[in-house]
Ligand binder design. Structure first.
Ligand SMILES: [Zn+2]
Length: 196
């Protein structure tokens, strides 16, 4: 599996191709900018390796602790973090839930402290409407995020395939079952006698 730095390099090298492809398909500079920007964000900060203590995780700075529950509930390289489409969709939902939660808390505090009257129904309707009105842009962002994540899955996959090929030759590429996976460390401590 490539290191974080290699993943970053692959993301940056592929950026011109992603931008050219997006412009070729959409003929729109706005959408190209959205796809390319979210591709970079997806590759550098919002990728599958948020499921461990990775560069992507560390780049969230002060906000990185929001990813702790995500890391606790998923195994590294599980289908839910490293699976195509599902991985990005789940992270988008996860981040959206945090933004919603923080937004609701902020609005509730503003209502209490600042004596602001907040029309929750109207706010929800406004959000729904603007999401619907910007569905094309939302889709462009999702495509960019998925492409960023995809550069990660593909390099993870080709890195492991290359290692198998080096160890076992062509047959290693077909049989995944032969790879020895590191066993999880036993959670219980060894008996007192064996410790000194
Ligand atoms: Zn990975």
């Amino acid at each position: 599996m490539p290191s974080g730095r290699t993943h970053d390099r692959i993301t940056l090298w592929c950026l011109p191709a992603v931008a050219a492809l997006a412009f070729g398909q959409t003929q729109s500079s706005n959408l190209t900018l959205l796809v390319s920007g979210s591709y970079l964000f997806g590759g550098l900060m919002f990728g599958p390796d948020l499921d461990i203590y990775s560069c992507q995780y560390q780049r969230w700075g002060w906000f990185r602790s929001i990813w702790l529950p995500y890391q606790k509930s998923l195994n590294h390289r599980s289908f839910l973090s490293h699976g195509p489409l599902i991985g990005t969709a789940l992270r988008v939902l996860y981040l959206a839930s945090w933004i919603l939660l923080l937004g609701i808390c902020g609005a509730a505090i503003a209502e209490k402290v600042g004596n602001v009257r907040w029309n929750w129904e109207e706010a929800t309707a406004n959000y729904g409407r603007s999401i619907w009105e910007h569905r094309t842009e939302m889709f462009a962002v999702y495509v960019g995020l998925e492409l960023g994540a995809m550069s990660h899955y593909l390099s993870d996959w080709s890195g492991s395939a290359y290692k198998r090929f080096k160890k076992q030759g062509w047959s290693g590429l077909h049989s995944r079952s032969k790879i020895k996976r590191p066993r999880r460390k036993p959670t219980s401590r060894p008996p007192a006698k064996s410790r000194k």
